[in-house]
Write a protein that binds this ligand. Structure first.
Ligand code: TMP
Ligand code: ASP
Length: 252
């Protein structure tokens, strides 16, 4: 069997050339990192859960008319996506203060913000993904004004969708991060939601108890990350019917 070509290895995913031109296979690893990879571990089953959860969110977005790079899930760890040019920004949307915003502005974690707050970080691991303003983005040509208008509109639509889906299963969407890709269609180009949407890139708190069900469990040593992600997947009904909890050795 021909060996497929690895395109890129990131901290949580590996990208391979897809079977048709213009496609990519995203392989979800079990690796967890935090603080720009200063903290690392392997969390058995995380890749499987994030693959299923990201598929669920991307399909939901497509169903309400938000374009994404997602094509189809291939197996428990891989999904086929459209190849796109990633805009070098992390787009963060916050509904409640937490994490770096809480620290930077001295606001207590969990405080509801008066409106969703959108932030941009420049994607560069060497620099630790620094927070940037729209002035930087325009001056350095990372995205055009039209891109920024489209990115803001996509980010707010994703926020409304995710917050609603989470509310329906008793979870508060505190904040999340997305990445946006550019796809070309003949003479046209458009922006799509790319990368992944999973508890690695969101903050999710149980509405009743405030329990954290996201990567902060790993960042802050709060218990089992697999249990937290499994709980999110269970509430959303995306777990394969018979497996509790997910044992990657059984389903790989
Ligand atoms: P922050 O409060 O640490 O800036 O994180 C904001 C949101 O972005 C939170 O939901 C976690 C997510 N995030 C990532 O997806 N990747 C990252 O590298 C960081 C720092 C945060
Ligand atoms: N994904 C980032 C990293 O390792 C940080 C984080 O999610 O906290 O490096």
């Amino acid at each position: 069997m021909a060996r497929r070509k690895k395109i890129y290895e990131g901290k949580a995913k590996t990208l391979y050339e897809g079977p048709e031109p213009g496609t990519i296979v995203q392989y979800f690893k079990d690796d967890a990192t935090a603080f720009n990879a200063q903290k690392k571990d392997v969390i058995e089953g995380k890749g499987v859960l994030n693959n299923l959860l990201s598929e669920y969110f991307m399909l939901g977005l497509i169903n309400i008319g938000v374009p994404t790079h997602f094509l189809r899930r291939l197996n428990m760890r891989e999904q086929l996506v459209r190849s796109c040019e990633i805009i070098p920004l992390e787009i963060i949307v916050r509904n409640f203060a937490a994490g770096s915003l809480a620290t930077r502005l001295g606001i207590e974690e969990g405080t509801q913000l008066p409106r969703p707050v959108v932030e941009y970080c420049y994607k560069d691991d060497k620099l630790g993904d620094p927070l940037v303003t729209e002035e930087h983005i325009a001056a350095f040509g990372w995205a055009t004004q039209q891109d920024m208008d489209d990115i803001l509109s996509l980010a707010l639509r994703v926020n409304d969708f995710l917050a609603g889906v989470m509310y329906g299963v008793g979870i508060k969407l505190i904040d999340f991060k997305i990445e946006i890709g550019r796809v070309y269609e003949g003479d046209y180009q458009r922006l799509v939601v790319a990368d992944e949407i999973s508890p690695d890139s969101c903050r999710l708190w149980d509405i009743q108890t405030g329990q954290k069900l996201d990567k902060d469990v790993f960042r802050r040593d709060l218990g089992s990350l697999t249990d937290a992600y499994t709980e999110v997947a269970r509430r959303l009904g995306v777990l394969p019917k018979t497996t509790t909890p997910i044992k990657p050795t059984l389903i790989n």
